[in-house]
Structure formats: C-alpha cells, structure tokens
Ligand binder design. Structure first.
Ligand code: MLT
Length: 260
C-alpha cells in the first residue's frame, strides 16, 4: 500500500511534503491548496500514521526515510523538492543523507538538525511507554498547546481544535513508534552543510519547540540556505499561515528548477 497522497499533478519539479509528529499528511492540506495548481504536490504518511501502524519495524527515522524513497520510486518520482516540518524535517535530513540523488531542494520547516539531549530522549521513551500501556494517545494530546503558536491559540482556537482532532486520530502504537524513532536520531547538521542544492529554512516566530536559534543554526551551516521567518506563527507555521509557507516553498521549487 502506498503512503503517497497526491494533491496536484503537473509538469514542474514535484514537491514532497513530510508531516510533523503526532500528525499525518492532512496538516499539509492548506499549503497544498495555496501552491500553484501546475506544481505536482505529494504528501507522504510516515510509518505510525493511521493505516501505516501494522507490523511496524524497529523504530528508526532511517526506516521512515527509506519508506519515503520507496514511495517516490512507486510514483516514478526521480527527483523532488523534499519538505519536512519538525519530525518531517528529521526524516527529510535522513533521506538527504541516504539518498541525496532524490533531493533537488530541501525545505526545513520548524525543525532542527541536532539530536535530542539525553533528557529529551528519555522523556520520549517515557511517553512511548505511557501511550502503549494506556492504549490511548491522551499523553500527547496536550502537545497541541505547544504546537500551535500563542497568537493562533488566542485568535483562532478552531485551528487548535483541528490539530487536536488530527492528534486524536493517531494510533497509540504509531505514536510510541515515532517517539522511539526520534529519540535515536543522530545530529544531522553535517548533512545540511554538505548539501549543494537549494535549501529554505522556515520558522514561525512563536515556535517554542524548534525556535529561531535552531533555524539559524541550520542556515549558518549551509552555503545555500535562505531563512524565512513567519510572523505570528508557532511550531505549525504550515497550518497557521499556509499562504506564507506555500510562497516560501514555491520560491524554493523555482530555485531548485533553475539549479540555483
Ligand atoms: C513535531 O512537531 O514533529 C515534534 O514536535 C517533533 C519532536 O518531538 O521533536
């Protein structure tokens, strides 16, 4: 079964969107709608999402990256602009490390290239255990308040409601799997530094999970990265301000097409 969800088909360089944790491809719906209809747009449901939570392999974001490579091969996509938000960015970096030939441009949205601290990794393992023993995703529901920025939470609570519904739809086994997979990921700042294709780093100025300093760390490592700061958006800038994020991604896709 393919995990590739196609929003648009067209003749240009495809854009492939990788979602955050604990969400799925639906978090990209509004960005896809805001991108030009002529731009091929696909989003991939990573392991652990609804329908992709059976017989999960040992937890690893490298496995997620290989599943992305398989999904691209299954859709006959040889090269794409790969965009990941947060966990999706960790997977995009793993893909760029293992399959650089697939990556024509890289969009790193509200994410970071560094590994977890030992405390953060231990916290993930604790949450994985809790979700598994409870058999519900209740332990990660409160994340919605950290994912959505304070301006959006105050002015558009319906956005947070939408995100919470997505979280509530995730399978507990998949949530546990992703937490364990993220806990073991290495520092991939070197991957950002080694890429010669265009890179765009996007961050909401209210992102408290992967704040501006993390974005600046990646931009400083890269010879090709541009930084886009999204005003009044939190960690889910793509959900909170899809037009601004879509503009940044289309600009990245054009740079990648020009080989800039
Ligand atoms: C995400 O949005 O994907 C998560 O916040 C990533 C993480 O827990 O590091």
């Amino acid at each position: 079964m393919t995990s590739l969800h196609t929003y648009h088909r067209g003749d240009g360089l495809p854009v492939v969107l990788l979602h955050a944790f604990p969400l799925d491809h639906r978090m990209w719906d509004d960005v896809a709608a805001a991108l030009p209809a002529t731009r091929p747009i696909h989003a991939i449901d990573l392991p652990g999402t609804p329908g992709h939570d059976d017989q999960l392999p040992p937890p690893s974001l490298d496995t997620s990256a290989l599943r992305v490579a398989d999904a691209l091969a299954g859709a006959w996509i040889e090269r794409a602009v790969v965009v990941g938000l947060s966990m999706g960015g960790y997977v995009a970096l793993a893909l760029a490390e293992r399959h650089p030939e697939l990556v024509a441009g890289l969009g790193l949205v509200d994410t970071k290239s560094v590994a977890d601290t030992p405390e953060a990794a231990a916290n993930r393992l604790r949450i994985a255990q809790e979700v598994e023993s409870a058999g519900t995703v209740d332990a990660v529901r409160p994340m919605v308040k950290a994912l959505v920025g304070e301006t959006t939470l105050a002015a558009r609570p319906e956005v947070a409601d939408r995100v919470e519904a997505w979280i509530g739809a995730q399978p507990p086994a998949g949530v546990a799997w992703s937490q364990r997979a993220m806990a073991t990921r290495p520092d991939r700042t070197r991957v950002v530094a080694d890429l010669s294709v265009p890179v765009t780093v996007v961050v909401g100025d209210e992102d408290g999970l992967t704040p501006l300093a993390q974005a600046e760390h990646m931009v400083a490592a890269s010879a090709t990265a541009l930084l886009v700061v999204v005003p009044r958006a939190g960690h889910l800038s793509a959900v909170e301000d899809p037009e601004t994020v879509a503009d940044a991604l289309e600009e990245l896709a054009v740079r990648a097409e020009q080989g800039a």
